[in-house]
Ligand binder design. Structure first.
Ligand code: CAA
Length: 381
């Protein structure tokens, strides 16, 4: 068993770490305050090919590993979790939908290559106001026309990158009577008549990530934009979410590590009762527990990413990684606020933002209760 990272993975980790520290850290507090997405920085990082890093070169990706991708999301999220989820949705949920699909290779390349280098942005439209955890309850409908093209009607919600996206994968029923057995998937391009951005959400955390409703009112989509035929859309969504959950796990791990490091440094400097507070054994032992949990979460994350890279089943490993990393993110950030005392509650010290950002990681891309559903199923099979 080899737990060493490859040189290519270390290079990707360093690339993301340098970008996070030099480009993302300045201004992260102000961006959170204003809820502004750093579009120019997103494009700048995209020039490295990062958003296509784990995808095949044949489709315009870099042909890297999922482990390397997870490392990059982790590094980015140590500093700016909003940027981390925009990256993850672009690569895992949008890019994953394309590469996992049954679309012809030239269509995959058409819709993936511009995303890989940040020239275009992607989004993933599955959730609806009445179909959250029960993703099968989707009501958006696509109706085929005589010439083979499709007309789509419906609404999606909580679309990360929605307001920015050039391409959105829309999961739609083609025959409501068939439910998910008739679900298909389409790439809908920005500017297509009838395809509009709805309410842009004002959020508790990941405030810079742009999240919105997307409305489809008689949206005409060419036949070639159908990336999963009727009956294959739900499986595509589920398979893609397995990969997405590795991205969210990496985001959670990064948030936990970022908050841990801030607390660690603070505890070595902050003097109370005549000594640094890290000399209080109760606090030092708390940090020992948190570091142990972070390391355990890291192993689950890298194991899930490695399973995907090596063609092994990764649905359950991804759910375990997502469940554990995001719970650790919530615990570490909450404890970090406490370690910093009154300062922890203040925006300048970053940990209160990280605590707010951590919360959503336990909810999106399948709540942690849904992860337990995914994990528990095979236990009793
Ligand atoms: N991979 C491939 N296929 C899968 C699969 C997987 N991981 N899981 C299930 N399927 C297939 C099944 O084999 C089955 O296929 P058949 O019909 O051919 O037999 C079909 O999908 C239905 O399976 P289930 O009966 O298990 O499906 P279900 O309706 O009971 O739902 C669920 C299962 C796990 C609860 C699923 O609904 C789920 O994951 N819900 C959570 C949805 C979610 O994660 N939403 C997040 C959206 S993205 C987001 O968060 C926003 C963002 O922008 C960040």
């Amino acid at each position: 068993m080899d737990l060493e990272l490859t040189q290519a993975q270390l290079d990707m980790q360093k690339l993301a770490r340098d970008f996070a520290e030099k480009d993302l850290l300045p201004g992260v507090v102000e961006r959170d305050e204003k809820g502004e997405f750093p579009l120019e920085l997103f494009k700048k990082f995209g020039k490295t090919g990062a958003y296509g890093y784990p995808h095949a070169e044949a489709y315009g990706g870099l042909g890297g590993s999922y482990v390397g991708y997870a490392l990059a999301v982790e590094e980015i999220s140590k500093v700016d979790a909003s940027f981390g989820i925009a990256f993850s949705v672009d690569t895992s949920l949008y890019g994953g939908s394309i590469v996992n699909s049954s679309a012809p290779d030239e269509i995959k390349k058409k819709f993936l290559a511009p995303i890989a280098y940040g020239e275009k942005i992607g989004s993933f439209g599955l959730t609806e106001h009445t179909a959250g955890s029960d993703a099968a309850g989707c009501k958006t409908v696509a109706t085929q026309q005589e010439d083979g093209s499709w007309i789509i009607n419906g609404s999606k919600c909580f679309n990360t990158n929605g307001p920015l996206a050039d391409f959105t994968v829309i999961y739609s029923l083609t025959d409501p009577a068939l439910g998910t057995k008739g679900m298909a998937a389409f790439v809908v391009e920005k500017g297509t008549p009838g395809f509009t951005v709805g309410k842009v959400e004002n959020k508790m955390g990941i405030r810079c990530a742009q999240v919105s409703d997307m409305h489809l009112d008689n949206v005409h989509v060419p036949a070639e934009n159908m990336i999963a035929p009727p009956g294959k859309g739900f499986q595509l969504a589920m398979k893609t979410l397995d990969g997405g959950r590795i991205g969210v796990a990496a985001q959670g791990l990064g948030i936990a590590e970022g908050a841990f490091e801030i607390a660690r440094k603070y505890m070595m400097e902050r003097q109370q009762f005549g000594k640094p507070i890290c000399k209080q054994q109760y606090l030092a032992f708390k940090m020992a527990e948190l570091q142990t949990k972070i390391e355990a979460a890291r192993l689950l994350l890298y194991r899930a990413a490695l399973a995907k890279d090596t063609g092994k089943p990764y649905s359950v490993p991804a759910a375990m990684a997502k469940l554990t990393c995001t719970n650790v993110a919530m615990e570490v950030t909450t404890e970090a606020v406490q370690m910093l005392g009154g300062n922890g509650f203040m925006k300048d010290y970053n940990v209160e933002r990280m605590m707010r950002d951590a919360k959503i990681t336990q909810i999106y891309e399948g709540t942690n209760e849904i992860q337990k559903l995914v994990i528990s199923g095979p236990i009793f099979r």
